[in-house]
Structures are given as structure tokens and as C-alpha cells.
Write a protein that binds this ligand. Structure first.
Ligand code: NAD
Ligand code: UGA
Length: 331
């Protein structure tokens, strides 16, 4: 393992735009940036009245000093005025989730993940924003041999969602590679992120919910799928480091470098809650890969970052948040 050096004299982010600020990862990122004293323009097409999960995400941001919410769809809103004097755009807005992307909703994935991204990148260049960090996905690797994925591996996306995420990151990088482009791009390939306020369609949320409430849990396939589950605080730290890093490495894996099976997750959830989960077997879903695991050496070298939260500790924090709504602690 290479030695980790915290970013030395990284420039401070004064004013930033976080797209997808009403979402799971975006709301955590915006919250941490606000705590660090930045002005955060949070852009999202959802608002507090959209649904209870979005309301919970936004509740940690509303009314905080420095937070400027903008409810708008990046596919057709005016973006330039939002980017005046911006140090970094964190572009997290998008339609996530592997399994729903096969059906009619595909056009939604294209609309937000590709067409809206093109508009955001175009605007960032026009407004001469120095850095754009874009949320890409481990799903771009597709089916692997089970070993860690390296950024230089040939992407083999196995779902329509993954195709749009690969298009999204490559679109931003193609713009950035043009001669004279004022905006440098770092694409972060996040590996299955979990933690407080995780999206309710995701497995760890559902497993903890089942363990706490007694509701049944649908298990797609045999449960031997493995994921490099990555805790939200680690993801936020990597994302902020990418916003200020002098290193211009363009694609970085953001994962823990280990993985666990869905059965491991069920066992941890049961022991945390002290209750057996009623597991209902269901068919394996198309596009679900057997295993993900990040090779994190590039991220360590470029960002001086390494994930520090193990799965049982992170799941404990997520469970406590589900039971007490105490996360993040008021600060
Ligand atoms: P999320 O659904 O909680 O947040 C995404 C937000 O983007 C939502 O609030 C949504 O309203 C907003 N959005 C979508 N399209 C928009 C548009 N056209 N205009 C304005 N806002 C729009 O998802 P998340 O889990 O927080 O994921 C955030 C990003 O990270 C996504 O780009 C996702 O693809 C990527 N990602 C997530 C994970 C993960 O494990 N959660 C892993 C890899 C990559
Ligand atoms: C997650 C996110 O949902 C994607 O948006 C993201 O891009 C991706 O991580 C990534 O790393 O790039 P996924 O790994 O499928 O995708 O994470 P979950 O939705 O939590 O699913 C994990 C596993 O649990 C999958 O095998 C899925 O089939 C299974 N699962 C999920 C169930 O068995 N039951 C459920 O109710 C939900």
C-alpha cells in the first residue's frame, strides 16, 4: 500500500454548485461543504414536498448559512447564472439504479445522465469553472473476473444504466480534453454507497429496514453477489478532495478495496437488530453483476484518500440513523 498524504495546502472551496443536492450522496456532500464554510448552490429537480426521503435529505441543508437551494431541471433550466464565480461544480444529479433501467424509464436515464450532463458541462466551460467533478459508477466495469477493477480496464457495461454512466463520464472528459478547455474534469467511479439516508431502493437500506421492522426482504438471486460497499463519509471525503486536487488524473475508483456478499449484509443486519430477517427468494435481475471491487491505488495517489469505514461499523451508523434520525448530529 502506498503511503497516504492528506492533501497539502489544497485550495479552499469558497463557492460551489452541487447538482443532485436533494439526493442521498448530494445532500451529504452539500452538508459537509457547508460545515467547511462554503457557499453551496444546491440544484435539484426535487424539493422538500417531493417525497419523504427527499424531505429528509433536504432537512439537513435548509436554513443553513451559505445554502442556496435551486429547484430546477438541468435538462432545460438556465445553468450559466448558477455558475457565476464557482470554484467547483460537483455534478451528482442523475437517475441512479441498475435494475429499472431496462424498461421504458431508459429515456429518463438518457435525459438526465447524458443530455443534462452535456448542458452542465457546456455551461461550466462557458462560465470558466476551473473544476468539475462528475459522479460515475462502478457499474461501468460490468462483469469482471472477481478481482479488483483498475481504471484502465476495458469497460463492459452490463445494463442500460451503466451505459449512460459511461457515456456521462466520457462526455465530460471529451470536453475537458479539447484544446484550451478551462474546466478540468475528474470522474469518480463510486462503488455501491451506503450510510444514513441511503436510497430506499438499495439493498442495505432494505436489509436494515427488514431487520428493524419485521417486513420481508426480497433477495434477488442466491445472495452470493459481492459488492465493494462504500460508506458515505468516505465517499464525501474523496469527492471534496477531488474538487481541490492539483492532480488531474481523470478517472478514479472510489471504493473500499474489499467486498462483502449480500448474505454477509443480512447477517450483520440481523446481529445489529437482534432479529431474524424474513428473506424471500426472488429471481436474479438482469444487469446485476456478481462482484464489484475497487483497485484504489490511483485514488490514494491522486487524492491522498483511502476509505476508513468497515461494513459493520458503517451499517451500525446507518441503523442508528434509521431508528433515531440522529445523523448527522446537529452541528
Ligand atoms: P439520488 O437519486 O438519491 O440523487 C440524485 C438526485 O439527482 C435526485 O435528487 C434527483 O432528483 C436529481 N436529479 C436527477 N435528474 C435531474 C435533473 N435532470 N435535474 C436536476 N436534478 C436531477 O442518487 P444517489 O444515490 O445520491 O446518486 C447520486 C449520483 O451518484 C448519481 O449520479 C448516481 O448515478 C451516482 N452513483 C451512485 C451510487 C450509489 O451507490 N448511490 C453509486 C455509483 C454512482
Ligand atoms: C448501486 C446503486 O444503486 C447504483 O446507482 C450505482 O451506480 C451502483 O451501486 C454502483 O456501484 O455503481 P447496486 O450495486 O445494484 O447499485 O446496489 P443495490 O441497489 O444496493 O443492490 C445490491 C445487490 O442487492 C444487487 O445484487 C441487487 O440485485 C440486490 N438487491 C437489491 C436485492 O437482492 N434485493 C433488493 O431489494 C435490492
Amino acid at each position: 500500500m502506498s503511503e497516504i498524504h492528506p492533501a497539502v495546502s489544497a485550495p479552499v472551496i469558497r463557492r460551489t454548485v452541487v447538482t443532485g443536492a436533494a439526493g442521498f450522496i448530494g445532500s451529504h456532500l452539500a452538508h459537509t461543504l457547508l460545515q467547511a464554510g462554503a457557499t453551496v448552490i444546491g440544484v435539484d429537480r426535487r424539493g422538500p414536498a417531493s417525497d419523504k426521503f427527499t424531505a429528509a435529505n433536504l432537512s439537513v441543508l435548509q436554513g443553513r448559512e451559505g445554502y442556496i437551494p435551486v429547484t430546477a431541471d438541468l435538462h432545460d433550466c438556465a445553468i450559466d447564472p448558477l455558475l457565476v464565480d464557482t470554484d467547483v461544480v460537483f455534478h451528482l444529479a442523475g437517475v441512479p439504479g441498475v435494475r429499472p433501467s431496462w424498461g421504458w424509464q431508459f429515456s429518463e436515464y438518457v435525459r438526465s445522465n447524458i443530455l443534462a450532463t452535456q448542458r452542465v458541462m457546456d455551461a461550466a466551460i462557458r462560465m470558466r469553472v476551473p473544476r468539475l467533478v462528475v459522479a460515475s459508477s462502478s457499474s461501468v466495469y460490468g462483469v469482471t473476473s472477481g478481482g479488483p477493477s483498475v481504471e484502465s480496464d476495458r469497460p463492459r457495461p452490463a445494463s442500460p444504466y451503466a451505459v449512460t454512466k459511461l457515456a456521462e463520464e466520457q462526455l465530460c472528459l471529451a470536453h475537458a480534453a479539447r484544446a484550451g478547455c478551462p474546466t478540468s474534469v475528474i470522474a469518480l467511479r463510486y462503488f455501491t454507497v451506503y450510510g444514513p439516508r441511503q436510497r430506499p431502493d438499495m439493498f442495505i437500506h432494505r436489509a436494515l429496514d427488514a431487520a428493524l421492522t419485521g417486513r420481508s426482504l426480497r433477495l434477488y438471486g442466491d445472495g452470493h453477489q459481492r459488492r465493494d460497499f462504500t460508506f458515505i463519509d468516505d465517499v464525501v471525503a474523496a469527492t471534496i478532495a477531488a474538487g481541490t486536487s492539483p492532480d488531474n488524473t481523470s478517472v478514479l475508483n472510489i471504493g473500499g478495496g474489499t467486498n462483502a456478499s449480500l448474505i454477509d449484509v443480512i447477517n450483520i443486519a440481523q446481529s445489529l437488530a437482534g432479529r431474524e430477517i424474513d428473506v424471500r427468494s426472488d429471481r436474479a435481475r438482469s444487469g446485476d453483476v456478481l462482484s464489484t471491487r475497487a483497485d484504489t491505488r490511483l485514488a490514494e495517489a491522486a487524492l491522498g484518500w483511502r476509505a476508513t469505514t468497515d461494513l459493520p461499523s458503517g451499517m451500525r451508523v446507518q441503523m442508528q440513523a434509521l431508528t433515531h434520525s440522529t445523523y448527522p448530529a446537529a452541528a
